[in-house]
Design a protein around this ligand. Structure first.
Ligand code: ADP
Ligand code: MG
Length: 695
């Protein structure tokens, strides 16, 4: 399959995008598709047939033999089942066919995807349905059709359905506000998302020799190497040739499928890197982030590398996160989080800002839950990523504005008067680099919010569903008040003042890594949920479940299902790590260190026989043997505790956190000490300095 070399032609060459549709569909069908995506109308089957035919034609010209409904089950990964285009026509021959029906609806055997109990109560199977708002694309000679995944009674079994619902809802509520400000042109408001993706690269051959990396995606052992990230020489440093070749290849693959890969650089930790795309609508951004993660792994394989997306592949150096940049924009091209040039635009901006702040404050526990899973527990609150406590960073200028509003004090830029919302113009809110607080979990960065608590491996859908829904809720409340108002300007001023006043506790511009902040946050009454095991309960807290049900995003059953899947996942992940650890101790570390100690003893015997000094051999053998026995007993405890995991899912999660995680920390400590005493050649697998500094 040939692909063009020049970037403009290469970009999107594997996407059945709008331009391609315009070229390949009849004007009537193209127009029908366009109204379908802009107005949410349904597509006639005859038009679906035509689109399917055009898609098949396009895809087969590019060498495709198969198509798949590409969907995002609640695992957080993507799923696909490939069907070929062939249809027999007699005489042992086939033609290639793809009908509108096959485009629009599929029925994967869904019984192996987690349903959190949803399907069991209704139907055993689910179906996939084409999402015409996302472009089909080609991957691996297969036409991939983005789809939603539902049960027969209509419950969402995936991450896309609620995301689409939440995008509609926030648009609907934002429009009500815009109308109040006299905007009668905007027909649609879009949640825009840009997800910065961090990752590690390690050598494939070394990776294959580490059972923990293969089973768990992270190292369960590893003493600190002589050099970590202390010299701060890696961040944005020169990119080494092997990595550069990988990044170049990755960019081309991403561009082909229409991912707007824009920035690439080295991150803080050795072997750590980042890719940031140009933002797009939340739906595409979620699809594309999934695709990005998949391609990062696949391209790495071609370069004899392995791409690690785990949040904490290595202890002692930074882990990987994902910054979720989020904003709202109108179909007329205005960013609703951008302070405007006129008093009215600024009043509107302050209202959206107030809504956001209120929402984060009221649903901080839920936002925390959307980034809660075992892998992310290693990052949040570990002084390398935001703490597990939500707060909003506004920067000095906006905070001064908020304070002037709260206290009714003069605001300097308003000319020593108090700030009259709807009358005064805000200063232009610049966000230079010194004003970018990297320790904040939710930072305003000039025209968007950056949600920084996400883990590198997770789907970005959950957090964006939450942001959209929370925003919709607050805008709905505001619209409810202001639509009834007799004196819009006065009531607007009152509402903004009241909101900032009541929710100022969530605003924090200081250092989020500072231990003192946690104390202050507690005094402010902010919730601190240190681990996923503490945080996941927020999924089913009544106020949260009610919020999502009220807006039609998740039914009570749907949110319960998600909760159950997450708690089971937590227990499963910790369980796999615990078992892998026990296995590596029993079958790799203990035999190796025991062998090493006896080797030392043999050498000591030999030396003693000729009267030579043998302090090194004796001391080391003694220390290794002492630690060997300690490791054995820690391993035995771990093995015993693995067998005692309670049946009940919630108890199992709490037990895993309370018992297995500390067991593992203990055993790791001993194993790492053993590593520092054992000769390199006797240690059974590659160590940190090999893994972190070899690419
Ligand atoms: P950094 O956070 O590294 O300083 P930038 O602020 O320049 O970098 O942008 C980071 C990310 O924010 C990019 O992925 C970009 O696409 C995204 N982004 C920029 N503007 C918006 C916006 N209005 N809405 C959503 N995402 C945005
Ligand atoms: Mg960023």
């Amino acid at each position: 399959m040939s692909t063009p070399d020049a970037l403009p032609e290469l970009f999107g060459s594997m996407v059945f995008n709008e331009v391609t549709m315009q070229q390949r569909l009849s004007p009537a069908s193209y127009a029908a598709w366009k109204t379908c995506i802009t107005e949410g109308t349904s597509l006639d089957i005859s038009i679906a047939n035509e689109i399917a035919e055009a898609m098949k034609q396009w895809a087969t010209e590019k060498g495709c033999t198969h198509y798949t409904h590409w969907f995002q089950p609640m695992t957080g990964f993507t799923a696909e089942k490939h069907d070929s285009f062939i249809t027999p026509v007699g005489g042992g021959r086939v033609i290639l066919e793809f009908s509108g029906k096959e485009l629009v609806r599929g029925e994967p055997d869904a019984s192996s995807f987690p349903s959190g109990g949803l399907r069991a109560t209704f139907e055993a199977r689910g179906y996939t349905a084409w999402d015409p708002t996302a472009f089909a694309f080609i991957k691996d000679d297969t036409l991939c059709i983005p789809t939603v995944f539902c049960s027969y009674s209509g419950e969402a079994l995936d991450k896309k359905t609620p995301l689409l619902r939440s995008m509609d809802e926030v648009s609907r509520q934002a429009l009500r506000i815009l109308r109040l400000f006299g905007d009668n042109e905007t027909r649609h408001v879009t949640a825009e998302v840009g997800a910065e993706q961090e990752y590690f690269l390690v050598d494939k051959e070394l990776y294959n020799r580490r059972e923990d990396l293969r089973m768990c995606g992270r190292t369960l052992f590893g003493a600190k190497p002589p050099k970590g990230q202390e010299l701060e020489d890696h961040y944005a440093g020169a990119i080494r040739p092997r990595v550069a070749a990988y990044m170049k290849d990755l960019d081309r693959e991403l561009w082909k499928v229409g991912v707007l890969s824009k920035t690439k650089h080295n991150e803080v930790a050795p072997a750590q890197h980042e890719m940031a795309p140009i933002y797009s609508d939340a739906n595409s951004a979620c699809d594309q982030n999934q695709l990005t993660m998949e391609l990062m792994k696949r391209v790495a394989d071609r370069h004899n590398l392995v791409c690690l997306l785990h949040e904490k592949p290595f202890a002692g150096v930074n882990g990987s996160g994902k910054h979720d940049n989020w904003s709202l924009s109108t179909d007329t091209g205005r960013n609703l989080f951008k302070p405007g040039k006129t008093p009215s635009q600024n009043a509107q901006f302050l209202l959206f800002l107030a809504a956001f702040i209120k929402g984060v404050d009221e649903y901080q526990d839920f936002l925390r839950a959307t980034v809660a899973f075992a892998g992310n527990d290693h990052r949040l609150g570990a002084q390398e990523a935001p703490p597990a406590v939500l707060s909003v960073f506004l920067g000095d200028e906006l905070t001064a504005v908020a304070e002037a509003i709260i206290h009714g004090t003069p605001y300097q830029d308003a000319g020593k008067r108090t700030l009259q919302i709807g009358v005064d113009v805000l200063p232009s809110i610049r966000q230079d680099n010194t004003d970018r607080n990297r320790t904040s979990p939710m930072a305003f960065t000039g025209n968007k919010f950056e949600f920084r608590m996400l883990g590198s491996s997770q789907s970005i859908s959950g957090p964006n569903i939450a942001l959209n829904t929370i925003m919709a809720e607050e805008l709905e409340q505001f619209a409810g008040i202001l639509e009834k108002s007799q004196d819009f300007k006065a009531d607007l001023q009152k509402l903004i003042k009241k909101t900032f006043t009541e929710h100022q506790r969530i605003i924090f511009n200081g250092n989020g890594y500072d231990a003192a902040w946690l104390e202050e946050a507690e005094e402010r009454g902010l919730v601190n949920l240190p681990s996923a095991a503490d945080a996941l309960g927020a999924y089913v807290a009544k106020k949260n479940a009610d919020l999502f049900a009220r807006h039609g995003i998740y039914s009570a059953g749907e949110i319960r299902a998600r909760y159950e899947i997450h708690i089971e996942n937590y227990t499963a992940v910790v369980g796999i790590e615990a078992s892998t650890m026990a296995d590596m101790i029993r079958r790799q570390i203990l035999p190796a260190v025991s062998g090493y100690a006896s080797e030392l003893c043999r050498r000591a015997d030999g030396k003693m026989a000729v009267g030579a000094a043998c302090q090194y051999e004796k001391k080391t053998a003694a220390a290794v043997s002492r630690l060997t026995d300690r490791l054995l007993s820690e391993c035995e405890k771990l093995e015993r505790d693995i067998r005692k995991v309670p049946e009940d899912a919630v108890k199992a999660m709490a037990y895993s956190r309370k018992t297995l995680v500390p067991d593992m920390e203990k055993a790791r400590g001993t194993a790492d000490e053993l590593e520092t005493l054992t000769a390199r050649e006797n240690w059974p697998f590659p160590v940190y300095s090999d893994l972190l500094f070899s690419v």
